[in-house]
Design a protein around this ligand. Structure first.
Ligand code: AMP
Ligand code: TRP
Length: 337
């Protein structure tokens, strides 16, 4: 792997049995593309996953399912470094330093934390959830990443990463690369099919608007055909007034490569039914091989584990070097071996 390539790092939490369409279009698809042009590090954020209660057996199983899905989506362990966050202890070690650099009020302004903790109530909200974004900062800075491919909901966390990198560099001397968010405008936010003004999310109030990639393709087709649109009949991209149709056009366009304008023309004079029927078919064609490939990887846990072992080794080599530099800058006395 050429080391003169710019570096990317991103992560996904293994908290559900399946990725949803928002994860794929908003993030994972870009990960696959970037492994061709960048020195890419992708991680299963299992430390982040336990900020809300997880069943241990499920977490273990979901971590393997997540790796299998990333491979099925097109990540190639020869082109990128794929690893599990808890296999690299430097993440938690750098997170402590970053915790000590973050203001209490600053952390309290993170909107994802505010939303999640408001939903759960203060008693069920862990301190881990509060410091979640700061662990994410450590994830990114350890690899000196230039870019972080994520969906729009992560933008504030990347801003925090930039602030803390600059603060550390200012206080202790140049140490960390200040990263940029890599967010594609078109797919930054994929919306729920039933509630097209809300982000598609595994915590949606009803599963009817959530497309899980590993679900039965027939059920997925049905969800697409019953997507909420509007009372008008014109197929036009206009997220302000036609959120449902615009979301379907975005999904259609990204999965097929057809331009939005091209699709508007193709469906001119046709009703929403035609658009939904075609998109349902496109989706089935996408998820069917995806599910099969995921299952094939899952059937071979030894290969999965060896990919992760190699990934952890490559990740640790980079992470350990950065951590040693940061610890030195902070003033920790080096341990003699
Ligand atoms: P998570 O499931 O929260 O670990 O998210 C993994 C990745 O998917 C992150 O980069 C998110 O920003 C992205 N993501 C999650 N939901 C959506 C969505 N509805 N639209 C676009 N990107 C999303
Ligand atoms: N917080 C991210 C999410 O929920 C996952 C994540 C953890 C991440 N560490 C990261 C994303 C580092 C980018 C970089 O989507």
């Amino acid at each position: 792997m050429a080391t003169d390539r710019p570096r990317v790092l991103s992560g996904i939490q293994p908290t559900a049995g399946s990725f949803h369409l928002g994860n794929y279009l908003g993030a994972v698809r870009q990960w696959v593309a970037l492994q061709e042009s960048h020195d890419a590090f992708y991680m299963l954020a299992d430390l982040h996953a336990i900020t809300v209660t997880q069943d241990p057996a499920e977490l273990r199983a979901n971590t393997r399912v997540a790796v299998a899905q990333l491979l099925a989506a097109g990540l190639d362990p020869d082109r990128c470094t794929l690893f599990v966050q808890s296999h690299v202890p430097e993440h938690a070690q750098l997170a402590w330093v970053m915790n000590c650099l973050t203001g209490f009020g600053e952390a309290g302004r993170m909107t994802q934390f505010k939303d999640k903790s408001a939903k759960q109530g203060a008693d069920r909200t862990s301190v881990g959830l509060f410091t979640y974004p700061i662990l994410q900062v450590a994830d990114i800075l350890l690899y000196q990443a230039h870019e972080v491919p994520v969906g729009e909901d992560q933008r504030q966390h990347i801003e925090l990463t930039r602030d803390l990198a600059e603060r550390f560099n200012g206080r202790y001397g140049e140490t960390f690369t200040v990263p940029r968010a890599y967010i594609l405008k078109e797919t930054a936010k994929i919306y729920d099919l039933q509630e097209p003004t809300a982000k598609m999310s595994k915590s949606a109030s009803t599963p009817k608007g959530l497309i899980n990639l590993l679900d039965d393709p027939k059920a997925t087709a049905k969800k697409v055909r019953s997507a909420v649109t509007d009372t008008d009949t014109v197929i036009r991209y206009d997220p302000e007034t036609k959120a449902g149709v615009s979301n379907l056009l975005t999904i259609y366009s990204t999965l097929t490569g057809a331009g939005i304008g091209e699709l508007e023309e193709k469906y001119a004079g046709k009703g929403y039914g035609a658009l939904k029927t075609d998109l349902a078919e496109i989706m089935v064609e996408f998820v069917t091989p995806f599910r099969e490939q995921t299952q094939q990887y899952l059937d071979d846990p030894e290969t999965l584990d060896s990919i992760l072992a190699k990934g952890a080794e490559k990740a640790r080599a980079v992470a350990a070097e950065t951590l040693a530099q940061a610890y030195g800058k902070v003033g920790f006395l080096p341990a003699k071996h």
